[in-house]
Write a new protein. Structure first.
Lengths: 218, 667
């Protein structure tokens, strides 16, 4: 088992948690799956730091672990508790359809990377394909969920995919990394404030309520 | 180089005048006009030395886009157009000095006037695409703001709106043209563009874009619709600049692109300018001859003249593509001289219209009349302008039209059948346009200046201040001199002809030193001084004989009293009744004109009514229909404004997935 196998294993595990995010229909479970994905990301980044001897990536891993593995899931758990929505889940499409679409997207990511990045080494290509699949699945999750909290999770999951891609591409400088981490944190704050405001106003965090409020629900 | 610093000082003075005038209020604004006149005169002198002395002026300023800068260059072509532009600016500024300092000055006009003047000069000296587009847009915006000078008037608002839209379309087209010229390498300096020649298809696209961009500014049919609205809406001296001068800057743009930057021409480049030009010439005058608003008539006539110039440019392209450089020089000389001449007589007529507007407060022909007694000098100068624009010898309009017809007559020698067939048709259309022009200006002059006043205002009119009469007189003098000294003018533009079409007019072969020869002396000579002498002698002789033969005793009797006992001025010919025969002949074809007479039954005391309905087909086809289409499409797309957040995400996601799939399949 060489270094690439381990990094592929970790990236593959992240993809599996992405599917788990799509599949779960309880908010608490969704948050746990997200925490698992973030922890796996931290491991993958740490592994890349160790195997490629790039100590700055340890910081990235640490940020991922602390922020997205622990702080954000805990904060979202508390939010859910306070809002009293821990067993409500609303989906727009069924689990089966969502999973099928997710599979198709994974295939698309694979095909695209094989075509586009044909010049690069095969292991980097695999990593990129997995990262792209994770990004697309995160986006899909934002679409198939109606709950504001799970949309936040979808957004964060997209960001996880981006970090994974950046780690594999040996590109992202630390400054960019830190600024992305902060922007995610700020996005979380914005989302949180937003969610509470919606809740205060409409007694629900279903974003369809916003459309009803605007008077052109459809 | 002293010329370069003079140019810099003059442009700086214009800019400074614009900035200072923006801060000042009141009578002190009047100082703008002497500054403009002086600066434009200085630039004209620099242009003249460059045109006659050869030797381009070049400068590169370190402002503008990084790594490109701002390249300026004054070559023979720019210098020639510079003389046209600055001559117009000087005349308009001198006229502006006579504006009533207490009533006419407004902070909405005076600061923009020098800015407009400076922007037109900058377009001419631009030597890279960036500088050209920047100053072009500055010129558009400055003139747009000037159109809005009477911003509370709904007609001005409509004119300004339409003008802004057309200017935006034109600049966008020019942007594409220069993008195509620069090619994939993106060399935006004109020197780089000249060095590389685009492929035929790209050249066709560039030519189309240039025709749209410059044609919309110059008023080529069907992009003309804003002209008759916007030119009259501005104050009269600004109208003179817009109609007499800014359209020339548009023509400069086309000449620069089509004959200089685009490389050696192909013969088919000639067809669009020739056909559109001929159509513009005829339609412009059909509009003009039926319109009742004095300034709008002049604006429509500008469309005709721009069409004539485009025909000349097209012929020059056709001859040049076939290696007939002598003939190309004749066509090009016709075009350039018409540019110069039109700037003189159109400025003169617009300033004259301004004088009438100032004296009577009216622009509608139906309210004028008898002004020759009340404003005799203005009437005389306007007569010169009207004769010149009708292309009557020995005035300047005839020189350029004569050269143009020489070129048209030579066009069947071209090898391409399309051009062989087009040239007689174009010649016929130009002849029709010339006749219509004469009819149009007989009508304008006769209705406005002759006869009896049709309104109280016209009866109480007074001539304008001396300085404004001086502006008119100067231009009238130029029209006469330009007619007599046509051969001198063709000699002066010889460097431009050499640079553009690598040909020259035969010089010095004629019977007298001042005779103008188009091809060879055996075939075509125009001897203006001799003709002028003949016209003078014969008209003097006619006058003498008429006075001798007719009864010499002075009788005073009411004008038009023979069989005309009704003293009301309403019994005179009106503008509409003068145009009625032409409307009968051409109106049904061009405007679907329909007359209806509503006759009251016997015993009813109501008057009979004659009403005429004209349909502007060009407006319907080229403006209303696309406007409706845009509206329909945007109504359909309006749904997209009101989707839910999730649907927006779905749209984005769908677009992303589709693009990724395309990338996965095609690469």
């Amino acid at each position: 088992m060489n270094g690439y196998d381990i990094s592929h294993l970790l990236a593959g595990a992240m993809l599996v948690t992405s599917f788990a995010l799509l599949y779960q229909d309880r908010i608490a479970a969704v948050l746990n799956a997200f925490a698992m994905q973030s922890i796996t990301l931290a491991l993958a980044v740490a592994w890349a730091a160790w195997s490629d001897d790039r100590p700055d990536l340890y910081i990235t891993a640490l940020i991922a672990l602390a922020l997205k593995g622990i702080v954000i899931p805990l904060a979202l758990h508390r939010t859910v508790e306070r809002l009293g929505i821990h067993h409500s889940v609303e989906k727009v499409v069924g689990v089966g359809v969502a999973l099928m679409v997710g599979l198709a997207l994974t295939g698309l990511a694979q095909a695209l990377v094989v075509k586009v990045a044909s010049g690069t080494a095969s292991h980097a290509r695999e990593q990129l394909a997995l990262a792209l699949a994770i990004v697309l699945l995160g986006f899909l999750m934002m679409i198939v969920r109606r709950n504001a909290v799970t949309q936040v999770v979808g957004f964060m999951s997209m960001e996880n995919g981006l970090i994974l891609a950046a780690t594999g591409a040996r590109g992202m400088p630390l400054v960019v990394e830190v600024s992305v981490a902060f922007s995610v944190l700020i996005a979380l704050f914005v989302f949180a404030v937003f969610v509470f405001r919606i809740r205060e106003r409409f007694d629900t965090v279903d974003i369809e309520a916003l459309d009803r409020m605007r008077g052109d629900s459809r | 180089m002293p010329e370069l610093s003079a140019l810099g000082v003059a442009l700086g003075a214009l800019t400074a005048a614009a900035l200072l005038a923006a801060l000042l209020r009141g009578r002190v604004l009047a100082l703008v006009y002497p500054v403009c006149a002086a600066a434009a005169g200085l630039i004209a002198i620099v242009d003249l030395t460059v045109l006659l002395g050869g030797g381009d002026l070049k400068a590169a300023l370190p402002i503008g886009l990084p790594a490109i800068g701002l390249h300026l260059r004054l070559d023979a072509l720019s210098a020639f157009f510079g003389i046209v532009v600055n001559g117009g600016i000087v005349a308009a500024s001198v006229y502006g000095m006579g504006l009533d300092a207490d009533h006419d000055l407004t902070p909405r006009v005076e600061p923009l006037f020098p800015l407009f003047a400076a922007a037109m000069n900058l377009v001419l000296v631009a030597d890279d695409a960036y500088a050209f587009l920047l100053s072009w847009e500055l010129m558009s915006l400055a003139s747009w703001a000037l159109v809005l000078a009477r911003h509370t008037d709904p007609e001005s608002q409509r004119a300004a709106h339409l003008y802004l839209v057309m200017a935006a379309i034109g600049t966008a087209a020019l942007l594409f043209a220069f993008g195509g010229l620069a090619g994939p390498a993106g060399g935006y300096a004109f020197d780089t563009i000249r060095a590389h020649h685009p492929a035929p298809l790209v050249a066709a696209l560039i030519l189309t874009a240039a025709l749209v961009g410059c044609g919309s500014k110059g008023g080529l049919v069907p992009l003309h619709a804003w002209l008759p609205l916007a030119h009259p809406a501005a104050p009269s001296h600004v109208s003179a600049l817009m109609s007499g001068v800014m359209t020339k800057v548009a023509i400069y743009g086309f000449v620069r692109i089509a004959l200089d930057l685009l490389g050696p021409p192909s013969w088919w480049w000639a067809l669009p300018p020739i056909v559109l030009g001929a159509v513009s010439a005829v339609l412009g005058l059909l509009y003009a001859v039926l319109d009742r608003d004095l300034k709008r008539v002049l604006a429509y006539s500008t469309i005709e003249n721009v069409g004539v110039i485009f025909v000349a440019l097209g012929l020059a392209l056709a001859f040049r593509a076939n290696g007939k450089n002598e003939a190309a020089a004749v066509a090009m000389a016709a075009g350039l001289l018409h540019v110069l001449n039109h700037s003189w007589f159109k400025s003169l007529l617009f300033l004259g219209a301004g004088a009438i507007l100032h004296a009577t407060g009216r622009r509608d022909l139906e309210g004028l009349g008898g002004l020759i007694h009340r404003m005799p000098r203005t009437a005389f100068f306007c007569l010169v302008g009207a004769l010149a624009i009708s292309a009557l010898p020995p005035l300047n309009g005839f020189v350029s039209e004569w050269l143009l017809f020489q070129a048209v007559i030579a066009a069947p020698e071209l090898p391409q059948p399309a051009l062989q067939f087009a040239s007689p048709a174009v010649g016929a259309m130009l002849a029709l346009a010339a006749a219509l022009a004469a009819a149009c200006f007989v009508r304008v002059y006769g209705i406005a200046f002759l006869g009896r006043p049709r309104s109280l205002e016209a009866a109480n009119a007074h001539d304008v201040p001396l300085i404004q009469q001086a502006a008119l007189g100067g231009l009238a003098l130029l029209c006469v001199l330009g007619g007599l000294l046509g051969s001198v003018l063709t000699w002066a533009i010889a460097p431009v002809l050499r640079a553009l079409v690598d040909g020259a007019l035969p010089a010095g072969d004629g019977p007298t030193p001042l005779s103008l020869v188009a091809f060879d002396p055996a075939r075509s000579i125009y001897d203006a001084p001799i003709l002028a002498l003949f016209i003078t002698i014969s008209s003097l002789a006619t006058a003498f004989i008429v006075h001798r033969v007719s009864e010499r005793r002075t009788r005073r009797a009411p004008a038009w009293d023979c069989g005309f006992p009704d003293p009301s001025p309403a019994t005179q010919y009106t503008a509409a009744s003068f145009a009625q025969p032409l409307r009968r002949v051409y109106g049904a074809l061009a405007f679907s004109a329909r007359d209806t007479v509503e006759m009251p039954p016997p015993g009813d005391l109501r008057p009979a009514r004659l009403s005429v309905v004209l349909v502007d087909h060009l407006w319907r086809i080229f403006y209303t229909a696309p406007g409706r289409m845009v509206l329909a499409v945007s109504l359909r797309l309006n749904v997209l404004q009101f989707l839910t957040i999730r649907r927006y995400l779905v749209l984005m996601f769908g677009a992303l997935v589709i693009l990724l799939s395309i990338a996965a399949v095609t690469t």
